[in-house]
Design a protein around this ligand. Structure first.
Ligand code: APR
Length: 238
């Protein structure tokens, strides 16, 4: 085990107030592509740029095309939590990890057994009517054809934060509160490109900021420990 992972193992061993903040890189080892890596979603050819399709105005303008993209690219059959998800759930059970704050919408942290999960960008496992806000089972949007509609006539949409939409204030405040009080903040599998999520890092007040990410991020120089390795492999060793 290299000295950086040894150091992370020691930080985890010595703390009972760890907070994890993650992104799409946590789920790539479960078979879900991330967004900005070379083979990520934003580099795949589609009728429109994926960042355009995943926006409020596009969803309103062309829900048919949105749902073609959603069912083809966001819904991936048979994905399971990987070693990173499982270890985080174990650290929570051990009373060491206080919360997982995720930008992911795949529900894999909960599937791994994590109870305190803050989904900054929502989840494709929940849906609601955009007009009357009646909740719907996710299968209504994730499978089938065409644009799903509520009996009130409204378009049923996924409970995810599209571009141009605000994050849930309450979730954001909870995330800030956990990060403010964290002893150890572990950030993993995120390029820290998207705000306000990426800005959460600025609320951390401790001196044990760990970054576990395959590629460099704009915050590497702020971290107390940077590990550029696969997060599943790293978490398997701590
Ligand atoms: N282990 C560690 N890091 C990994 C792994 C892995 N197995 N796989 C990928 N990564 C890293 C990549 O190097 C990349 O820096 O994870 C990061 C993923 O970055 P993005 O693809 O930008 O995903 P993310 O940071 O979650 O994007 C944030 O952007 O489009 C929006 O709403 C979307 O939530 C998403 C947000």
């Amino acid at each position: 085990m290299n000295e950086k992972i040894e150091r992370l193992k020691q930080l985890v061993r010595e703390s009972d107030n760890i907070v994890f903040f993650g992104g799409a890189g946590v789920s790539t080892e479960s078979g879900i592509p991330d967004f900005r890596s070379v083979d990520g979603l934003y580099h795949q050819q589609w009728k429109y740029p994926p960042e355009t399709i995943l926006s409020h105005s596009f969803f309103a303008r062309d829900p048919e095309e949105y749902y073609r993209f959603h069912r083809a690219k966001l819904v991936i059959e048979g994905v399971k939590p990987n070693r990173a998800h499982l270890r985080l759930a174990e650290l929570e059970r051990e009373g060491k990890l206080k919360a997982v704050i995720t930008q992911n919408i795949d529900g894999l942290h909960q599937a791994a057994g994590s109870k305190h999960v803050l989904e900054l960008h929502g989840s494709i496992l929940r849906a609601y009517c955009s007009k009357c806000r009646k909740p719907f089972p996710a299968d209504v949007i994730n499978y089938g054809q065409g644009v799903p509609r509520c009996d009130c006539g409204g378009v049923i949409r996924p409970d995810i934060v599209l571009y141009e939409e605000p994050l849930d204030e309450d979730i954001l405040h909870q995330a800030i509160s956990y990060i403010r009080r964290a002893d150890v903040l572990i950030i993993g599998g995120t390029s820290l490109n998207v705000y306000p999520a990426a800005g959460l890092i600025n609320y951390y007040r401790g001196n044990k900021l760990v970054l576990v990410n395959l590629s460099e991020t704009p915050y590497d120089s702020y971290a107390d420990l940077v590990i550029h390795e696969k997060i599943g492999e790293v978490f398997d060793q701590i």
